[in-house]
Design a protein around this ligand. Structure first.
Ligand SMILES: [Zn+2]
Length: 325
């Protein structure tokens, strides 16, 4: 898969062709990796009596100028250079996850639609579920942190059949936002383009849709936390079993570098950029002071770690992998 796109990229570049902005150029070290289909798609760990499985949906890129939009170039450029964030595009992984409480199986976010033109290396959720030995028919609930295309995309082609017995749970604010006949006045232009497909998912699911408020339990030990800003109805989850807790932050903390060092740096993809900053700071403070284990949707896989207070900001500390059996 990678070999084909690598050849196409270099061929196009050599011919002086314009390479689409969302095509992923590989690093020099990856050019030697060969045509091996990545097999690693899941990573499981325990939270008390629950099992949590991180599922790799793949990787896509977004333009660098969509991040740190309120920062002067003379500050932004050296920071991005120092953190190996390319000047033209930033790579993001997409990591849905499955919580198995023993009573319920809850999928958190559904990845991108397979075959998405601007994200050819994403949309792998069904493969990662298979690699983890999870039958999609055994999923009781799909919870969406919000309705951007990289979170609801995996439901679009077959909303009722992808997870045939699952209910869809999301914030009532988020449902109203995307389902409104007046969505175009409430969403940024780039997001509004995805609303018709999102409305089709809602319509197909009918009474399997369950809007909730912040503080509601998605299942016993899995509680919704309102974290607005990225979207008006964005929700995080707090998972709590025995003495263990896990905070699932969705896109409230989008990047392991600048979201932690500079939570005040705004990003284009937050519908309300000032509220995004406020929510980010509050989440970071909570995670650090309560010493919570945290997962982020767009972090290098598996995206599990802790938040440490450092200087004026915070630092992401990836957790050590634990291998069972
Ligand atoms: Zn996202």
């Amino acid at each position: 898969m990678f070999t084909t796109s690598r050849r196409a990229f270099f061929k196009a570049a050599a011919a002086g062709a314009v390479v689409p902005v969302f095509q992923i150029p590989l690093l020099a070290s990856e050019a030697d990796a060969g045509a091996v289909e990545p097999s690693l798609g899941s990573y499981s760990f325990a939270i008390g009596e629950f099992q949590v499985t991180m599922l790799c949906d793949g990787v896509f890129i977004l333009p660098t100028d969509s991040f740190a939009t309120n920062v002067q170039p003379e500050v932004k450029k050296p920071y991005f250079d120092a953190h190996y964030l390319a000047p033209d595009n930033v790579r993001l992984q997409a990591n849905p996850l499955l919580i198995d409480t023993g009573q319920k199986r809850i999928l958190v976010d559904a990845g991108l639609a397979p075959g998405t033109k601007w994200a050819a290396h994403a949309g792998r959720l069904s493969k990662s579920l298979a690699a983890a030995g999870v039958d999609p028919g055994s999923v009781d609930t799909v919870f969406l942190t919000h309705c951007h295309a990289d979170h609801i995309g995996g439901l679009i082609s077959d909303p009722t059949g992808q997870f045939p017995k699952a209910d869809l749970v999301l914030s009532e604010t988020e449902l109203d936002l995307w389902n409104s006949p007046d969505y175009a006045s409430k969403l940024p232009d780039w997001a509004a383009a995805g609303a018709p497909a999102t409305q089709k998912v809602f319509a197909a699911l009918g009474d399997r849709l369950h809007p909730i408020k912040g503080g509601a339990d998605v299942a016993t030990g899995v509680t919704a936390v309102e974290t607005p800003g990225h979207t008006q109805g964005h929700m995080s989850l707090l998972v709590d079993s025995l003495a263990d807790q896990l905070l699932i932050t969705g896109d409230a903390l989008a990047n392991i570098h600048f979201s932690f060092d500079h939570p005040e740096w705004q990003i284009k993809w937050d519908h309300d950029q000032e509220k995004g900053v406020k929510t980010r700071k509050a989440l970071l403070d909570r995670a650090a002071s309560e010493r919570l284990l945290v997962v982020g949707y767009h972090y290098p896989f598996p995206g599990v770690g802790h938040v440490v207070k450092e200087g004026m900001g915070y630092r992401w500390l990836p957790a050590v992998w634990i291998f069972d059996g």
